[in-house]
Design a protein around this ligand. Structure first.
Ligand SMILES: [Zn+2]
Length: 114
């Protein structure tokens, strides 16, 4: 069977109907609060930006209107790619306490050391 992602806390595999979400969600088995791994969202955001620019250009928008339309189309495109990439590759989830590699190295604000 295909891997649709699994819970990092209890290891239960998610059913096909359990779609990846950007915002924190809970594991249906153990109730642990989960979020998508940051890398998945970053790739979706970049692909979404490229797709919304290409679409706006293809629809004939130019100049300032191109940027306005591309910006408006970016977030729906991001959600679309989060969904599509989730179908192609198993989505990696993390618990809220598990850090991402991005989180540990770069931050705008000083974080207290545990
Ligand atoms: Zn779980």
């Amino acid at each position: 069977m295909r891997d649709y992602g699994h819970c990092p806390a209890c290891g239960v595999a998610f059913r096909p109907g359990y779609l990846p979400r950007v915002y924190p969600t809970t594991c249906p088995n153990c109730g642990e609060t989960l979020r998508l791994a940051v890398g998945h969202v970053w790739v979706s955001a970049i692909l979404g930006a490229a797709a919304s620019m290409l679409l706006s250009t293809a629809l004939g928008f130019r100049g300032e209107m191109l940027w306005v339309i591309a910006l408006a189309a970016w977030f729906p495109a991001l959600l679309f790619f989060v969904f599509v990439i989730g179908l192609i590759r198993p989505v990696r989830y993390k618990t809220l306490s598990q850090p991402d590699r991005f989180d540990s190295s770069v931050s705008l604000f000083r974080k207290p050391r545990p």
